[in-house]
Write a protein that binds this ligand. Structure first.
Ligand code: COA
Length: 159
């Protein structure tokens, strides 16, 4: 497995997010919302990421390859999301390594309950999550959301 490191997001990373948030292939696999976002929206969402805890840049082979987050939710649960935004870096083991690194970090910080949601047709992501210790916990339905009407919820619970 390749080595990855996770580092805090810094102001100079905005260019990566601006690119990833406008990449139709990535959007189809994630939110499904393909409408091009405005520069002002990039500013707003990126500044929220900069201010929040739990957002990391994934560095693989000394290069920025993606973004992974771990955000506090209810009842001791944390939610993770990942994107290997640099498409030439996909399929090289960085996603699996980043999730494992994040879970290791979480466990070290006393966090044992982590979940994620994934588009049901995203077989590659589901495979990677299963390989990393997540188990299918159910289907979540969002009938109002035409871009993503349902997701699979997967959980990692280190008891
Ligand atoms: C999903 C994602 C995080 C995975 O990271 P990655 O670095 O590309 O994946 P890895 O190289 O670590 O592992 C890919 C695994 O999926 C397998 N795979 C590839 N295509 C597959 C498919 N169509 N179905 C099932 N498994 C597949 C590979 O064989 C490999 O498994 P193996 O190591 O057991 O052989 C990354 O591809 C990504 O960000 N994609 C776009 C956005 C996205 O889908 N994000 C997740 C939203 S929930």
């Amino acid at each position: 497995m390749p080595q990855v490191s996770l580092r805090k997001v810094t102001q100079t990373d905005k260019k990566y997010f601006a690119k990833w948030w406008r990449d139709k292939d990535l959007l189809k696999q994630t939110s499904g919302q393909l409408k091009k976002i405005l520069d002002s929206e990039v500013e707003k969402y990126f500044s929220q990421i900069l201010k929040a805890d739990g957002h990391y840049i994934i560095v693989g082979n000394k290069k920025v390859v993606g973004h992974i987050s771990l955000e506090k939710r209810r009842s001791g649960w944390y939610e993770t999301q990942i994107v290997i935004g640099q498409k030439n870096a996909q399929g090289k083991g960085y996603g699996t390594a980043a999730i494992k690194t994040l879970l290791h970090k979480a466990i070290g910080a006393g966090i044992s309950k982590v979940y994620l949601e994934v588009r049901p047709v995203n077989a590659r992501a589901i495979h990677v999550y299963e390989k990393s210790g997540f188990k299918l916990a159910g289907v979540k339905k969002y009938p109002q959301n035409k871009s993503l009407p349902q997701t699979l919820k997967m959980v990692f619970d280190k008891k």
